[in-house]
Design a protein around this ligand. Structure first.
Ligand SMILES: Cc1cc2nc3c(=O)[nH]c(=O)nc-3n(C[C@H](O)[C@H](O)[C@H](O)COP(=O)(O)O)c2cc1C
Length: 235
């Protein structure tokens, strides 16, 4: 698939065919994409927990869903995903890397960091998996793990304290779903979010980038605004 098509077709899919597992080579392919993400200082301070067996996935949902949750709507659709990948970020890996002689931040002072790059990089890796899923004919959804469930999650899977789950990615063959009502907000156009030369100054041309805008509008612009009611989803 063309790169632009992959990007434009990507959307969060929240329901899956439970009877179609993701083939092992495809899972490997997603992870191979993830590790190609850029990382500050090539720190690569990420870790991915891959849950593909029924038991492991059940343990994930038991550890992270509220105890009284009735699997309907959002949760029911997500629980059908045959694959979960939980991307983690290690702050320590970055502090260690930047304490090396070529970087020299031996004080490991977090205040040196413009933003926490460990989360940025794990996010980059996550996006590559989301795009890779589209390219492989799959659907995927990145979603949050509630903060109050993090300890239970760690415990269930032996995740060390040094690694923080930044969310989770459900992957599988898409089944019909209700898309988020958040999409009613509409996509903010580049003319609104890009500032040219000085904050608040819009582009002189306002021209659509060739080959991009028309397809983007066709693929998601109009349809997103037609989205109906909110699935029973996590915030
Ligand atoms: C950091 C992050 C957290 C998100 N958390 C959730 C979530 O907990 N549940 C969910 O259903 N979608 C979640 N989403 C998906 C967003 O709702 C979605 O990306 C947004 O509405 C745009 O829709 P699209 O990705 O389908 O284009 C999250 C997305 C991001 C980037």
């Amino acid at each position: 698939m063309e790169f632009g098509d992959v990007v434009r077709r990507r959307r969060m899919v929240r329901n899956f065919d439970p009877d179609r597992p993701v083939p092992a080579p495809v899972v490997d392919g997603l992870l191979d994409l993830a590790i190609r993400a850029p990382s500050a200082g090539f720190s690569q301070g990420w870790g991915f927990l891959v849950l593909s067996s029924r038991e492991d996935r059940a343990r994930f949902w038991a550890a992270t869903a509220p105890a009284d949750a009735v699997p309907s709507g959002w949760l029911a659709g997500m629980m059908r995903a045959p694959l979960l990948v939980v991307p983690h970020a290690s702050r320590d890996a970055y502090l260690d890397r930047y304490a090396e002689p070529d970087k020299g931040w031996t004080d490991r002072d977090e205040a040196r960091w413009p933003v926490p790059y460990w989360y940025v990089d794990a996010g980059f890796a996550s996006l590559l998996m989301l795009l890779g899923a589209v390219d492989a004919g799959l659907g995927a959804c990145f979603f949050g793990i509630p903060p109050e469930a993090t300890a239970t999650y760690r415990e269930a899977f032996g995740v060390p304290d040094a690694y923080t789950p930044i969310g989770a990615i459900a992957v599988g063959y898409p089944a019909p779903d209700r898309r988020s009502p958040s999409l009613r907000r509409g996509r903010r156009p580049a003319t609104e979010v890009a500032h040219w030369g000085r904050w608040g100054t819009s582009s002189g041309s306002g021209a659509a980038p060739s080959g991009l805008r028309s397809a983007a509008t066709r693929e998601d612009g109009a349809s997103e605004r037609r989205e109906a009611s909110e699935p029973d989803r996590r915030p």
